[in-house]
Design a protein. Structure first.
Length: 90
């Protein structure tokens, strides 16, 4: 049964409605960042990072730089990954 827990949702900030949604590229999505073109999604269990189009297409898979990728951020030039287990920022 699909309970919606493994889906990526784009939510309207005006009224809270779902604008679009698609299946998450992995079973445990944890971190999410947007670089202006792609969503970047980290999976803390698979230790992978996925660049994804706004339609949900996974472009490729990157190994996470640490064992427990929990957060992602894009600063305009670089993608940053926070690792919970190592207490490091990559």
């Amino acid at each position: 049964m699909d309970d919606g827990s493994n889906r990526i949702l784009q939510i309207s900030t005006e009224d809270g409605t779902t604008i679009r949604d698609f299946p998450a590229p992995s079973g445990h999505p944890q971190g999410l960042a947007f670089d202006g073109t792609y969503l970047w999604i980290a999976d803390r269990v698979a230790n992978e990072i996925y660049p994804v189009t706004l339609d949900g297409e996974v472009l490729f898979v990157l190994p996470a730089p640490g064992p427990y990728a929990t957060g992602l951020a894009f600063d305009g030039s670089h993608l940053w990954c926070a690792d919970y287990q190592k207490d490091r920022l990559y």
